[in-house]
Design a protein around this ligand. Structure first.
Ligand code: DC
Length: 226
């Protein structure tokens, strides 16, 4: 009876704070955490390793079925992602992997192939699922649904800080252009476009400290309306 396991879906565009907020909220609730974007990124990385053409939908669908994706938590509490047994966590976060994931995510058969893998994360005592279509397609019956947004400028700035801390040299303008292009692609694709579920609570995180957003999200779970 997995359907009785509570699910909190947190959807939104990249840079809206979904990943950070979802991880913290899952930790505080003691629930499992699904980073669904990591699945698309993992297929993107595997496709890169196999030198596949991002226009070859058939090859990418086969690659999705053939790619083994595992999650492992280190003793320090870091989540590592294993692609075909190799730790690909750092490679997954690159702009190249993100762009490949976004292209791959537009293929309906890829999305269908990843559906059951995502639903398998629904286990007691509960699941926090982060992505683009968690509340609309993967867990339409979720108990709690949140849609996070932030201005494109602030999202570019957050990404700039993250990359600068890692020593990667980029410009805010370049990142802003990439974010706007990715938003447009994710929102305009035919299958599971980025769109809030009608019953999702919207939170604009522009200018909000992380802890404020965490408190608001936890409040939705602990004091549900009606
Ligand atoms: O959240 P992210 O940046 O790691 O996601 C990478 C890409 O994967 C993103 O461009 C869109 C796609 N994605 C998706 O289509 N559906 C999801 N549930 C999660 C991610």
């Amino acid at each position: 009876m997995t359907d009785s396991v509570p699910v909190l879906t947190i959807d939104g565009p990249s840079g809206s704070g979904k990943g950070t907020i979802s991880r913290i909220v899952a930790g505080r609730l003691g629930w499992l955490y699904l980073d669904s974007g990591a699945l698309y990124r993992a297929v993107g990385v595997a496709a890169g390793w196999a030198d596949l053409d991002l226009d070859d939908a058939g090859a990418l669908v086969r690659c999705t079925f053939d790619t083994d994706i595992g999650f492992r938590e280190t003793e320090a509490g870091d989540l590592r992602v294993l692609v075909n047994g190799h730790d690909a966590t750092d490679e997954l976060r690159t702009e190249t992997a993100g762009a490949a994931a976004s292209a791959i995510a537009a293929i309906p058969e890829v999305r269908a192939a990843l559906k059951d893998r995502q639903r398998a994360f629904r286990r007691a005592p509960g699941l926090v699922a982060d992505g683009r279509d968690m509340g609309t397609v993967i867990f339409p019956d979720a108990t709690f649904k949140v849609f996070l947004t932030a201005s494109a400028e602030e999202r570019a700035e957050r990404r700039y800080k993250q990359l600068k801390d890692k020593g990667v040299s980029v410009t805010i303008d370049g990142l802003l252009r990439e974010i706007l292009a990715r938003d447009a692609r994710d929102a305009s694709r035919a299958v599971a476009p980025l769109r809030p579920a009608p019953d999702a609570v919207h939170i604009d995180t522009t200018g909000l400290p992380i802890e404020d957003v965490v408190v608001r999200v936890l409040d939705i779970v602990t004091h549900p309306a009606g």
